[in-house]
Every structure is written in structure tokens, then in C-alpha cells.
Ligand binder design. Structure first.
Ligand code: GAP
Length: 466
């Protein structure tokens, strides 16, 4: 029950404070699609930037890409997605609810991850005979066998008259890495990269998920941050371990404790993978460890398939050894929405500050916080306080995302800024007009100190990214 409450609290805070809204609410909502409001967009951008800095900016062996969502439909035939990117679905005959058969079997301790349909249906039959298999929505035992349900989202391009014909079908990419493979050759030809090197990209991906509950954890439209590292197979093991460590350290860097994450090794692998580990985070709001990120060794499957289907040679010539070969790939792949939920889950704190008074505070890493500094005039009807506060806001906003707030009493403003995770609040009071100093209040300790206005910028420097 505690876990449900925690999720409800996060969902409520996200809506109340403008982080995340259910999509199309005025039309009754649209399942498993979400919109990010002002603070949500800022937080998401900061997480995205934190990933990009470590994956691209701080390295000299990874370059960036922003490829289109639409790609030649053959891309997804070559990659195997059109034929086999699916999940096993069962339906309730009574209430028509759709369920993931592998998720239901997991409840009974049966690992059906990437197992063939025959295995899944044999297990389902056994549970049905024991009267144990019930619809998760209405409890009926009248459920269908499992069938394959494609996760690919189709659209169409072309003239309006034949737009719906099969030849015009295009797919909304189910993973962003497809674009990276198609631009591998252009990247090698246009930049000075030499193996081993990586291409990183952030962008939207789409999956027709059968069941998409759990707020933004599993959605039908989501953002992925992926890096594909191209290498000679002889160094796969070494680089795989290197990236596993780098990714693990990234979580620690942004305040996730080592005991709250773990590696999960996949026994059954996706059609392209030869090794796969997930980073799992222990969600309070989801009641335990759940996948956040995948680190996969993909062999040379991707480039070989695209070379075969396109007829273009995608091999690499190592100028030092003279060897020509199709590069192998190891990837890191993480959902931005999942990271967002993880950081919120970690940051959400309720603290009793005096008897009967609880404050809700998002203890986000300062670099990720949507607003870095909030600036208040003590009273909104005193023009001299307002103009001094505005002057400070106008100065600091050039470096950091700041907010000017004169609404309600200062206590209420602190509560509001705590709820959106603002690390510092600056209050201009009557003394400020005399001594040129302001009160700076720290979000986590709630301690207040007086700092000279001209020293504010250097006080905040180094606490966040610029
Ligand atoms: N290119 C490899 C790939 O896409 P994946 O395990 O299917 O691998 C990688 O997805 C990551 O993308 C996941 O660990 C998760 O963070 C995110 N992700 C996948 N499906 C998602 C969904 N429906 N909603 C939100 N995030 C998702």
C-alpha cells in the first residue's frame, strides 16, 4: 500500500506543480502519453544535458547525431523489428482487458522473458487448469491464449489518395539507434573518427505497448538517449566493462546511492544481442527494482544487416593493420522519462519541520534542479524592495534559470520552491536597502545566511552548470 501512496504523491505533485500532465486531458486523456509542463521540461532538459556532457562533451571518442524519426521502411525489416519486435498478449474475454502474458507469468515466478509462444502458452495452460490465472482487471478466469502483438507503430507518407496502402507504410522508430546505423558511414566519412568511437543521439521513440501503466515509466511515446560504440570484436569485452563502469558512475555522480541500483543480467537475449545487462533502480514508487538502462553487446548484426539490405558496403578498413571488417557494436540505451521518474522518486521527501507541520521537498541534485535560484522581495507592495529584487533577478537570470516570486508570504514561497526543488531562495528585505545584503536560504538545511548582493554570483558559481 505504501508504494501506491508514493506513486500517487509523485503523480499529484507533478500535476500540481507543472512537471507532468496526462496528455489530452480535456478530451478525457490518452492512455500512456504524457506532456511535460514548465518545470518538467526544465528538469528533463537538465537530465538530458547531464547525459550529453558525460557521453559526448567530456569525451573525444563520441560524436553526436540527430537523425529523423521517419526512415526508409526497409530499415526495420533489416533490423528484424518488423518480424519479431513484439510482446505476448492475452485478453480477458469478459472485460476485454489486455495483459502482457510474460508479466502475468512473472507474478507466478516464471521467467518468460523472450521465450517462444509455445513455452508461454504451455505455462498459461497449466495455470488455467489450476484455476490460478485471473484477469488482472476484473478477476475473471476466462482469458485467451497468448498471441504475438507487434510493438511497431505504423504511419504513412505519400499522396492522400493512396496514403493508406501498404506500400506507403512507414514506421515511427521503436528505438533511436536505427538512425545511428544508417548514418554510421556518413559519420566516418565526414568526421575524423577512427575505431573505436561512438555516436550518441537523443530523440523520440514509439512503441505500441500492450500495457502502459506506471505513469511515465512505460509510455507509448518516449525519449531515448542512446550511444552506439563501434569497435573491433577483439576489444569488445574490455570496452563493455569500461562502459558498464562509466554508466554506473554516472548514477553515483548525480546522487543515486550505490545500494539503490543494481545490475541485472539478461539470460534470454534480444535477436541482435550477445550480452545484455540492465541497470535497475529501486523505485519507492513502483515497489522495487525496475529497469532503467540497458548496456548491450550487439555483435556486428546491425551493420551487416543494413549492408545486406541496402547493398552498401559498411565495412571498415583499419589503416594500421590493413584489416577490413564489419565493426561490432556495444550500446548504452536509457529512457529519459525513466530517468526523470527515478530522480523524482529519489528526491521526493516529506519532512516534519515542527509538530504537525510537514514540508514536501524535492532534494534534486542542484545541477538538475529546474530553477536554481528564486528571488523574492519581502513584500510585493513595496516598490523599492520589488525593484531591488528584480535587479538581482535580471542579473542572475543571464547565467542560471531563476524565478522572480512575490506571491503570498515568504513562508508559502519557500514551500512552493521546496516542492519544485529550488536549491536557493534569496529574499530582499528592508535591511537589504541599507546594508546591500540579502538572505540566502538553503533548500536542504533550511539554513539562512546574509550575503552581499555583489557576492551572490560568485556564491552560486560552481554549484550548478552554467
Ligand atoms: N536500442 C536498444 C533498446 O531500445 P530497450 O531495452 O528496448 O533497448 C532501452 O530500451 C531503454 O529505453 C530502456 O531501458 C528504457 O529506459 C527505455 N524504454 C524502453 N521502452 C520504453 C517505454 N515504453 N517507455 C519508456 N521508456 C522506455
Amino acid at each position: 500500500m505504501a508504494e501506491i501512496n508514493q506513486m500517487e504523491k509523485l503523480v499529484s505533485l507533478c500535476k500540481r506543480r507543472g512537471f507532468v500532465f496526462p496528455s489530452s486531458e480535456i478530451y478525457g486523456g490518452f492512455a500512456a502519453i504524457y506532456d511535460y509542463g514548465h518545470y518538467g521540461t526544465l528538469l528533463k532538459n537538465n537530465i538530458r544535458d547531464a547525459w550529453w556532457k558525460h557521453m559526448v562533451q567530456y569525451r573525444d571518442d563520441v560524436v553526436g547525431l540527430d537523425s529523423a524519426i521517419f526512415m526508409h521502411p526497409k530499415t526495420w525489416v533489416a533490423s528484424g523489428h518488423v518480424d519479431s519486435f513484439d510482446d505476448p498478449q492475452i485478453d480477458c474475454k469478459k472485460c476485454k482487458a489486455r495483459m502482457r502474458a510474460d508479466h502475468i507469468l512473472e507474478v507466478f515466478g516464471i521467467n518468460a522473458d523472450k521465450q517462444p509462444l509455445e513455452f508461454i502458452n504451455a505455462e498459461i495452460k497449466k495455470l488455467k487448469e489450476l484455476g490460478k490465472l485471473k484477469c488482472q482487471a476484473c478477476g475473471s478466469t476466462d482469458v485467451t491464449e497468448a498471441k504475438r502483438f507487434s510493438l511497431m507503430v505504423k504511419s504513412n507518407l505519400g499522396s492522400p489518395t493512396d496514403a493508406l496502402s501498404e506500400e506507403n507504410v512507414v514506421y515511427l522508430r521503436p528505438e533511436t539507434c536505427g538512425g545511428i546505423y544508417l548514418e554510421y558511414k556518413n559519420t566516418v566519412d565526414s568526421t575524423r573518427v577512427k575505431l573505436p568511437f561512438g555516436i550518441a543521439q537523443i530523440g523520440k521513440a514509439f512503441r505500441n505497448e500492450i500495457v502502459a501503466r506506471q505513469f511515465i515509466f512505460r509510455t507509448r511515446e518516449f525519449e531515448q538517449m542512446e550511444m552506439q560504440y563501434f569497435l573491433h570484436p577483439s576489444i569488445m569485452k574490455e570496452k563493455y566493462e569500461m562502459w558498464k563502469k562509466l554508466r554506473w558512475d554516472w548514477y553515483l555522480e548525480y546522487g543515486i546511492a550505490g545500494e539503490n541500483i543494481q545490475w541485472h543480467q539478461h539470460e534470454k537475449l534480444a535477436h541482435y544481442a550477445s550480452e545484455a545487462y540492465d541497470v535497475e533502480y529501486d523505485f519507492k514508487s513502483l515497489g522495487g527494482f525496475k529497469e532503467i538502462e540497458g548496456v548491450h553487446a550487439r555483435g556486428n548484426w546491425d551493420l551487416s544487416q543494413h549492408a545486406k539490405f541496402s547493398g552498401v558496403d559498411l565495412s571498415y578498413l583499419d589503416e594500421k593493420t590493413g584489416e577490413r571488417f564489419v565493426p561490432h557494436i556495444m550500446e548504452t540505451s536509457v529512457g529519459l522519462g525513466r530517468l526523470f521518474l527515478m530522480f523524482l522518486d529519489k528526491a521526493y521527501t516529506e519532512e516534519e519541520i515542527k509538530e504537525g507541520e510537514v514540508r514536501t521537498v524535492l532534494k534534486l541534485d542542484k545541477r538538475l534542479a529546474p530553477i536554481k535560484v528564486a528571488i523574492f522581495p519581502l513584500m510585493k507592495n513595496k516598490p523599492e524592495l520589488v525593484s531591488k529584487a528584480r535587479e538581482i533577478f535580471d542579473g542572475l537570470k543571464m547565467r542560471w534559470m531563476c524565478e522572480f516570486d512575490d506571491n503570498g508570504n515568504v513562508g508559502k514561497r519557500y514551500r512552493r520552491q521546496d516542492e519544485i526543488g529550488t536549491p536557493y531562495c534569496v529574499t530582499v528585505d528592508f535591511d537589504s536597502l541599507e546594508d546591500g545584503a540579502v538572505t540566502v536560504r538553503d533548500r536542504d538545511t533550511m539554513r539562512q545566511e546574509r550575503i552581499g548582493i555583489e557576492k551572490l554570483e560568485s556564491f552560486f558559481s560552481g554549484k550548478f552548470y552554467n
